[in-house]
Design a protein around this ligand. Sequence first.
Ligand SMILES: N=c1c2ncn([C@@H]3O[C@H](COP(=O)(O)OP(=O)(O)OP(=O)(O)O)[C@@H](O)[C@H]3O)c2ncn1[C@@H]1O[C@H](COP(=O)(O)O)[C@@H](O)[C@H]1O
Length: 96
Amino acid sequence: MKIMQFLDQLSKVIEDRRDNPREGSYTCYLFASGEDEILKKIGEEAVEVILAAKGQGHQRIVEEVSDLLYHVLVLLSLKRVNLDEIEEELRRRHGK
Ligand SMILES: N=c1c2ncn([C@@H]3O[C@H](COP(=O)(O)OP(=O)(O)OP(=O)(O)O)[C@@H](O)[C@H]3O)c2ncn1[C@@H]1O[C@H](COP(=O)(O)O)[C@@H](O)[C@H]1O
């Protein structure tokens, strides 16, 4: 439960950045750059997760998966997909 609560909290900060652009925010930079840039970052971070898993060590996996999760949250916010919908879908599969 703890991780979903934290991701929810982070998502709310990301939504705030989406709706209230401000100087010096990487999240605002991503939203200003648009969908293609966000998708590109997700692709890059996914590759970095793979490389980390292929021998860069435990801590590197933690860092790269964190980067990937953050960028996925930015995409969900852009697309107005709520984290509750993801939880619902995962729970539905889990219950099968
Ligand atoms: N969780 C994150 C988070 N994870 C990763 N990143 C950024 O994602 C980028 C990752 O890019 P790269 O892996 O390409 O690394 P890079 O060093 O920037 O670029 P290269 O060296 O690879 O070229 C970095 O700039 C990180 O700072 C994040 N940026 C912001 N957040 C959170 O988002 C919220 C809003 O933050 P601001 O956007 O700063 O307002 C805050 O709660 C932050 O903690």
